[in-house]
Write a protein that binds this ligand. Sequence first.
Ligand code: ADP
Ligand code: MG
Length: 322
Amino acid sequence: MKKIGILFGKENTFPQAFVDRVNSKNQKNIVAEAVSIDVLEQAEPTEYAVIVDRISQDVPYYRAYLKNAALTGTAVVNNPFWWSADEKFFNNCLATKIGVPVPNTVLLPSNQRPDDTSEQSFRNLKFPTDWGRIFDYIKFPAYMKPFAGGGWKNVYKVNDPDDLWKKHGETGQLVMMLQEEIVFDHYFRCYYLAGDRVHVMPYEPRNPHHLRYVVDNPTKDQKLLETVREYTIKLCRGLGYDFNTVEFAVRDGIPIAIDFCNPAPDADVHSVGQQNFDWIVENAADMAIEKAKNHKDNQMNLTWGNFISDIFASPKKSAAKK
Ligand SMILES: Nc1ncnc2c1ncn2[C@@H]1O[C@H](COP(=O)(O)OP(=O)(O)O)[C@@H](O)[C@H]1O
Ligand SMILES: [Mg+2]
């Protein structure tokens, strides 16, 4: 028997629909249920071949549980080690290396120093910051957002240097990215599920929350939609996410990746709408079943990003053998 578990928090619609959909497919020796955690003993395997993680970003205890699960052979979606290491600035760096357009972006030192550090802790950092160089590169208006964040928390639009410094002054110890504004003709939010299942959803971030997936006249430009799909796969495979959403703003026909570090993306039927919800439930169920079938006992069953081999595997490597 291969068990598929789902680990979740406050969300109410997706987890049960996912469990029901997997079970309704009547796959031999495969069953889905909500994860149940008892006393957590080191190096003890879980009963699950696959766990879909929807909440460990908010619960450190669960993240530790999932790392132990991964070590003892569970295919955890998404890879908890990678997720712990990842952040949005790295994501942007990676995108530029694999040829996916992103807005011009810099990382700003936090406005306040981390606890228990002093000026001396920052002796390697040039001071004062060369704001002139930053403004030339980013220009105004710009977006400022945490390098590790989500849910539109602490996302600021800034109009000029004074506005930036004022808002940066409100961000405390958060490390913020400053980013060129992309004035867009279209915006897409794309669901990705491993096996290269991609669902492109026209999205209007300027609408109120409940109407963001309601878009008048969505584009029918097949070439553009194909590029969006291709970039989504490239980014998620590069980063090693099995379950993610990728947002693109389209400027002058070019999709520019804005936000692609959403490893527990909103899947609530009340925000994504019934049609999108059905796609997510169906494809998440298929992905989990596929992972359960491919699961091998006594080995690591995680997905890792292919960026290391793709970026660093150049012919120069063989020269080093001499
Ligand atoms: N560089 C940008 N240009 C234009 N709009 C942006 C930019 N960055 C963010 N936004 C807007 O702000 C919203 C939230 O920012 P995002 O990067 O998606 O953060 P979060 O991870 O919190 O969702 C986006 O959906 C988009 O509408
Ligand atoms: Mg976003």
